[in-house]
Design a binder for this molecule. Structure first.
Ligand code: G3P
Length: 214
């Protein structure tokens, strides 16, 4: 399973990159708005800090404009993957961009049919938002199960990025299903590592090490 960090915060990205388990980063306009850095500079710096794909979202709403914006963003760094919300104009743009070899991550996916059309249009990644589905009393993980099975049925090369991850169980369940990628906020990434019994065990081992004859 690949681990992406869902953030635009450089400090968090550099920290998790130092753990040796970071495969990529996903950003969105809301995450970028939290950073007090000019957008182009921010994306350039993130791309330099990450050894893998960095999703950057287009805000244009008409296919022609999305393509122009995407080409500009893709020029920032070879790491850039273009994030496009799933909609008719987005599908048109995805078809054009993927034919040009520009990788697209279709985002704001809330149904299996949206993921199917995104894959058909040539999206390299699809991002179903499971936490937001859970928030509206639906079972986000069921959508992941359906999308993974559906893509496998036809051998689509599209990878599923489990997004809107809220807790470690989301990550574990996604891994059990065989989703390709989870994009995880920093706070959840930290929780994935920690366990109180590990802390207690380490403390005891260190204490007992002090009693070992050397
Ligand atoms: O990757 C998408 C993610 O940033 C959305 O998460 O928590 O705003 O639903 P959230």
């Amino acid at each position: 399973m690949k681990f992406f960090l869902d953030t635009a915060n450089l400090e968090q990205i550099r920290e998790v990159a130092s753990w040796g388990i970071l495969d990529g980063v996903t950003t969105n306009p809301s995450l970028c708005s939290k950073e007090n850095v000019a957008f182009d500079v921010l994306i350039k710096d993130i791309c330099a800090a990450v050894p893998g794909p960095v999703s950057v979202e287009c805000v244009s709403t008409v296919a022609e404009d999305i393509v122009k914006e995407a080409e500009k963003l893709a020029g920032i760094s070879p790491n850039v993957v273009i994030k496009i919300p799933v909609c008719i104009e987005g599908l048109k743009a995805t078809k054009i961009l993927s034919a040009k070899g520009i990788r697209v991550n279709m985002t704001l996916i809330f149904s299996c049919s949206q993921a199917l059309l995104a894959a058909k249009a040539g999206a390299r990644y699809v991002s179903p938002f499971i936490g937001r589905l859970d928030d509206s009393s639906q079972e986000g993980m069921e959508l992941i199960e359906e999308i993974v099975a559906m893509l496998e049925n036809y051998g689509f090369p599209t990878e599923v990025i489990v997004a809107s991850v809220r807790h470690p169980r989301h990550v574990v369940n996604a891994a059990m299903i065989g989703a390709h990628i989870a994009t995880v906020p920093f706070a959840v990434m930290e929780k994935l590592v920690k366990h109180p019994l590990t802390d207690i065990g380490m403390e005891k081992f260190l204490k007992d090490w002090g009693k070992v004859k050397r």
